[in-house]
Design a protein around this ligand. Structure first.
Ligand code: ZN
Length: 299
């Protein structure tokens, strides 16, 4: 039986899904794979999220390991065509599974995974959202491997004499477990899903006020590069789209609440037309109003 399992795994590897990943040069020794502005499905097989590599001289630092084992393996093989370096550290920005299911591959390479303690809640026996929505062929060899080291509050770490600042956001923002990575000497920030571009952000698991306040903090940092979890924009204005969207929504809901309106009034008056043509407007905008309304009602 065991042998059959091994053969099946081998056979599916031979038919392995090819993501056709190509690293994009973001500057300052940073390369990213930018996912499509889509929901995970059997066509993209989870390639709807960003995963980045930073050249630390003697190692590649990975920020978000991507949606599957095969994705991580392909991403690493492609980056080694630019420079062949080992991976010793992987940062997980938050618990949403499109961002970290590639961890297992980097664990095999001997890397240490760092993330927030919210990963403790993840049960390794439960089927992941990714597993339910993409093809088995792309998911093969993927298993949910949570971080080895938990980050609480703000933590400085040093890799090859460069100081990196990891910050676990207190309370909720995009999720209840957001972590960002700041590289002061490169003026670069990896914001995870605190920053979205090319699509409507998702608030279903977060807190609108907490999210706005983190982004306002980020706007005050000295940065040339901001890389989000979704979307290809990486300049210093990359956080503006998400911040403007959330602020307009919060302001609008507060006005509805001030005149004694309810959720359906908020949905009606908050079409927010400038975003109507953004991807995920139909899927996420109304759900975002719903989530934000419930939070702001009690504020
Ligand atoms: Zn997320």
């Amino acid at each position: 039986m065991k042998l059959l399992g091994v053969w099946l795994a081998l056979a599916s590897l031979l038919l392995a899904f090819d993501y056709q990943l190509k690293p994009q040069d973001v500057g300052e020794g940073i390369y990213c794979y930018f996912g499509k502005p889509e929901v995970m499905d059997t066509n993209n097989n989870g390639n709807m999220v960003n995963s980045c590599f930073v050249d630390m001289g003697k190692e590649w630092l990975v920020i978000d390991s991507g949606p599957t084992y095969l994705y991580a393996k392909e991403a690493y093989a492609q980056i080694c065509r630019i420079k062949e370096l080992p991976v010793k550290h992987v940062i997980n920005t938050h618990v949403h599974d499109d961002h970290w299911l590639g961890n297992g591959y980097y664990k095999e390479l001997g890397a240490t995974i760092l993330g927030s303690s919210a990963f403790e809640e993840i049960s390794p026996d439960e089927a992941t959202r990714m597993q339910n929505r993409i093809s088995a062929q792309a998911y093969v060899l993927t298993s949910p491997k949570i971080p080895d080291r938990y980050i609480q509050g703000e933590k400085k770490i040093s890799i090859a004499n460069e100081t990196l600042i990891l910050k676990h956001v207190e309370g909720s923002a995009h999720s209840h477990s957001d972590l960002y990575l700041y590289l002061p000497s490169r003026k670069a920030l990896f914001a995870g899903d605190l920053v979205f571009n090319d699509r409507i952000p998702s608030l279903r698991d977060g807190d609108i006020s907490g999210w706005i306040s983190v982004l306002e903090g980020i706007k005050n940092m000295d940065l040339n590069i901001i890389v989000g979890g979704h979307g290809v924009r990486t300049d210093k204005q990359a956080a503006d789209f998400t911040l403007a969207y959330l602020k307009e929504m919060k302001q609008g809901i507060k006005e509805v609440l001030a005149r004694g309106g309810d959720l359906s009034d908020a949905v009606k008056s908050l079409r927010m037309g400038t975003y109507e043509n953004s991807k995920f407007y139909e899927e996420a905008h109304r759900a975002n109003i719903n989530a934000a309304f419930q939070m702001l009602e009690w504020e």
